[in-house]
Design a protein around this ligand. Structure first.
Ligand code: CA
Length: 145
């Protein structure tokens, strides 16, 4: 498995940033992707740490969603803040995560993440449609650990 920072070409990074921007244009929610090499902990726990470190808990309606991947540990998690967690259907995160895991297994890194972003975006849009004033509360660029 390539290192986290070598997983995506420049063009693919743009594709991912664009996917987030597009998904966020339909919702007041905020999506971020964080990729690192190793995770020595439970990925859910680690994702919660990253969520806080990226100040993702500070969105107005608590609608931040983090897609977390530790590539060399083959661990990943998708977590939502309290606002979105209250309304997503049961099993939604697991289902999205399972698809992403399959894509990573098949080395469809960018495509898998784009689909996960779209999937989360659709769910966010359902419950938190974008208003006329829809500030970008968190950067759309991938963060690397
Ligand atoms: Ca954003």
């Amino acid at each position: 498995m390539p290192a986290a920072t070598e997983l995506f070409s420049d063009a693919e990074l743009v594709q991912l940033t664009d996917a987030i921007a597009r998904a966020e244009s339909r919702t007041s929610g905020e999506i971020r992707i964080h990729v690192e090499n190793w995770c020595w902990f439970d990925p859910q726990w680690r994702a919660r740490r990253v969520f806080r470190n990226l100040a993702m808990h500070k969105t107005t309606a608590h609608t931040g969603v983090l897609i977390y991947v530790a590539v060399r540990s083959y661990k990943m998690a998708i977590i939502g803040d309290s606002g979105i967690n209250k309304v997503v259907p049961e099993g939604f995160w697991d289902e999205t995560l399972n698809r992403l895991r399959e894509d990573f297994r098949a080395k469809r890194f960018t495509q898998g993440l784009v689909e996960a972003v779209n999937h989360c975006g659709t769910q966010l849009a359902k419950h938190f449609p974008g208003s006329h004033n829809n500030p970008d509360e968190l950067p759309n660029e991938i963060s690397f650990g």
